[in-house]
Design a protein. Structure first.
Length: 392
């Protein structure tokens, strides 16, 4: 029997399983579809399977494990889901409806092909869209319970790393989030920008990507998926090789020089700016696609004119778009966002240097769902307790 968790198996592995169970080959595809297309993990509800096979699947450990423990809704329609696993591990994921203004912003990132926008470029709340126009939703998912990277401006790593998620646990966030969609909403983009460092946990992340993009599974185009990384170079190279550059890439650069970057991102000591930037140059990006450079603007730390100019210099020649994120407040941290004039000045310097550059406005902050605010709150760490599901 495969040691891969049942819900994390790829079709080929299901074929092997079916052959071990003495079942016809087509059952493999059937079960795979039940899980990834219909989000059904309870064999007893897979109504077109023979009772014997349902029993065998249950016996071999196929069962729903992840559950939504809480949904919090911000005024802008953003919903933060708390997802729990049987061992008490908890992660958060965030559904972010794209407002119309956001889509205009996204279009303004000219040069990308139409399908390529995988970032949320949110704007102010819009009036409710017509029933006829589907609402594109971006789903932000987590890959680890906690995080080991220790970036000083981010809440997710405060309590360190508890554990990585298995591929099926990563995917379960998508399956569960689908159930929370409102009329007319559709998950268009998936971003690996929740808790954790996806490339610190490469094998499970890569398997999750395969499950999500398999035509009989999640069926998502890899172009609609963006993996965000602090810059773990060897895994970044692997991602490029394994997926031919088709999966969108976002890199948390946050400073153009080692002296600054080191003070906010410990991992910079292992992979300094020059090494990381070279890996971006080498990433097998398809034509007309761009790498997203994430840059959290922190007052007095990385928001000087000289740093904007430095950024323009180090990125020269790489197809990128720059996402500026005024730092979201993190409890207990003295660091804060650059003032709006600084943000504007930083943006216009980059724009003048020829970069397309957006300011990512805050979404979901009323429920602490903005970038860097997904944290291991005490109740998330409390193992084994299932807080009652609430919807606020
Ligand atoms: N580990 C991955 C993905 C997680 S965070 C990574 O580092 O890219 C997604 C983005 O939010 C990253 O660019 C991260 O640096 C940024 N971020 C973290 N804390 C933030 C904060 N307090 N304010 C604004 N952005 C933050």
């Amino acid at each position: 029997m495969s040691d891969v968790a049942p819900a994390a198996r790829l079709p080929q592995e299901w074929l092997e399983e079916m052959s071990e169970l003495g079942q016809p080959r087509y059952r493999a595809e059937q079960v795979f579809r039940w899980i990834h297309q219909r989000g059904e993990l309870d064999p007893n509800r897979m109504t077109d399977l023979p009772a014997e096979l349902r029993r065998l699947l249950s016996e071999r450990g196929l069962r729903p494990e992840a559950e939504i423990l809480r949904v919090e809704r911000a005024d802008d329609g953003t919903r933060k889901l708390l997802v729990g696993f049987p061992d008490g591990g908890r992660v958060e994921c965030v559904l972010i409806p794209m407002t119309r203004l956001a889509e205009i912003d996204a279009d303004a990132s000219a040069g990308d092909d139409d399908e390529s926008e995988t970032e949320t470029e949110p704007g102010p709340v819009q009036d409710s869209p017509q029933a006829s126009s589907p609402v594109r939703v971006t789903l932000c998912i987590s890959t680890q319970v906690g995080c080991a990277m220790g970036c000083v401006f981010c809440a997710s790593g405060r309590a360190g790393l508890k554990r990585g998620l298995r591929a099926d646990e990563i995917v379960s966030q998508v399956l569960l989030a689908r159930r929370e969609l409102e009329a007319g909403e559709d998950i268009k983009n998936l971003v690996f920008m929740g808790m954790g460092e996806p490339l610190h946990h490469y094998d499970e992340t890569a398997r999750a990507l395969r499950l999500l993009t398999h035509p009989s599974g999640g069926g998502m185009s890899p172009r609609r998926i963006t993996v965000s990384t602090v810059g773990l170079v060897p895994a970044l190279e692997r991602l490029g090789r394994d997926f031919g550059g088709k999966v969108g890439l976002a890199v948390s650069l946050h400073a153009p020089d080692d002296a600054t970057r080191e003070t906010i991102i410990p991992m910079n000591r292992r992979y300094p700016v020059a090494v990381l930037v070279q890996a971006l140059r080498d990433y097998p990006l398809p034509r007309r696609r761009r790498i997203t450079i994430e840059y959290t603007l922190i007052d007095g730390v990385n928001d000087r004119d000289a740093q904007a100019d430095g950024l323009a210099t180090v990125l020269r020649g790489i197809p990128v778009k720059v996402n500026l994120i005024p730092m979201n407040p993190v409890e207990g941290s003295p660091l804060r966002a650059s003032p709006p004039e600084r943000v504007e000045q930083f943006q216009s310097r980059l724009a003048r240097a020829g970069y397309s550059c957006f300011v990512r406005t805050r979404r979901g902050s009323g429920v602490n769902a903005a970038c860097g605010q997904l944290a291991l709150a005490p109740e998330l760490v409390a193992l084994g307790r299932n807080p009652a599901r609430t919807s606020s």
